[in-house]
Design a protein around this ligand. Sequence first.
Ligand SMILES: [Mg+2]
Length: 404
Amino acid sequence: MKIVDAKVVVTSPGRNFVTLKLTTDEGLTGLGDATLNGRELAVVSYLADHVVPLLTGLDPHRVEDTWQSLYRGAYWRRGPVTMAAIAAVDVALWDIKAKAAGLPLYQLLGGASRERIGTYGHANGRDIPELLDSVRARLAEGYPAVRIQSGIPGLKAVYGVSDTDESGAPVLHQQARPLVEDWDTAAYLRHVPAVFEAVRAEFGPELPLLHDSHHRLTPVQAARLGKDLEPFRPFWLEDCTPAENQEALRLVRRSTTTPLAVGEVFNTVYDYQALITEQLIDYVRSAVTHFGGVTPLRKLFDFAAQYQIKSAIHGPEDISPVGMAAAVHLDLAVHNFGIQEFSGHTPLTDEVFRHAYTFTDGHLHPGEAPGIGVELDEELAAAHPYAPAYLPVNRLHDGTVHDW
Ligand SMILES: [Mg+2]
């Protein structure tokens, strides 16, 4: 079997998605997600200008060799643009291999290790009463665990979350320049324990509660927050510091028993090396899409398993249904599965990317369709062309730029 066609499809059914589609001489097709939120066209160029010309004529069964040649052969290794491009090729090849075998991808990864995949949803509120309503809505949708984020008195933005419409769907800011949000770390650190206290008081001790600090704290601030949240038994504290400084997590870890989750902006195992071998974290959070695909993420999970660290694949709305499908197959197969983030997509997005995976009673299953189980409607995709959009930027009261 040979690859005879490779093309990059950009579509914006409400937000931008970049998809690689490979076709073989036997008529099999494979899809891979290459969406890098806010920097989409850089990956389009990387793929179209530098990778697509290398793919024609390749045997699609050679997944590992193709991955290694794209990673090592470029000389310029790592980084989100490179690894999103490699991820798209890797997932498209796995898709073809599994279709050729007539099996859903998870069967090629060792088969199911569980019946279904537990998820967590996002609950957001401008204040605590609005957050409590949002938690109630997620529980009504069946989510077994909830990430709680609340606005902070004195700040306009509900940090780190998209604006939502009445139905809870994210509202995108498709504009030529990023939205500017505000931030005050001291006010945040005062408020978050009260948020947990209110949610625990309303929903009891059993509901798993997660919280995301969006890389905004110093190590000593993160340690303080971890200690303050201990009485409320969080499921995890996510991205408490900018963890490309891996040493920062040593101080946090020594100071608190609050579980730590890290890695949605990481691209390779080297970003995790100290965090895993020193057991400084409890969950690895990389997405298939931004980590180079199923091939390296499976290796990361196996590495993490030796240290009792679990998987928690990043799953916001900007991971396309193609990237989500690949994640769900991995989730079903790996032994050290922890939890899967899942927000779902708009009905139009689910029409452009028809998928076999299902979300029932707060749990995902990849389905039994051969491959990853996603079909791209190219006509509908073309009817919704790329629209420039940025993630917000974040500034302190005095105007200083802070992490978003
Ligand atoms: Mg996050």
